[in-house]
Structure formats: structure tokens, C-alpha cells
Design a binder for this molecule. Structure first.
Ligand SMILES: [Zn+2]
Length: 50
């Protein structure tokens, strides 16, 4: 069974294995559907983490 996670930037549900990228922020790992979402998160992580 594939583990699903939510892309914090666009809100899309993705499977971990299919994530286009991931990044760690404040000890948590975040997964993204595309390099664009990853870049947006890394530019301003506070905007997407609450
Ligand atoms: Zn996304």
C-alpha cells in the first residue's frame, strides 16, 4: 500500500514514491508534486506551514 502525503503548496495528495521532490523543514519532511511546488515552499516555508 502506497503512503500518501499532502503537498503543502497546492494541497494535492501524492504518493511518496511519486513525489517530484522533498525537503525538510523544522524536523519534518514535506513532499511535492512538482519542482515548482518545492521551489515555492523553499522560498517561503512559513507561508505553507501553520
Ligand atoms: Zn504541488
Amino acid at each position: 500500500m502506497a503512503e500518501k502525503v499532502k503537498d503543502p503548496v497546492c494541497g494535492m495528495e501524492i504518493e511518496v514514491q511519486q513525489a517530484a521532490g522533498k525537503t525538510e523543514y523544522q524536523g519534518k519532511t514535506y513532499y511535492f508534486c512538482s519542482p515548482g511546488c518545492k521551489a515555492a515552499f523553499e522560498k517561503d516555508p512559513q507561508k505553507y506551514v501553520s
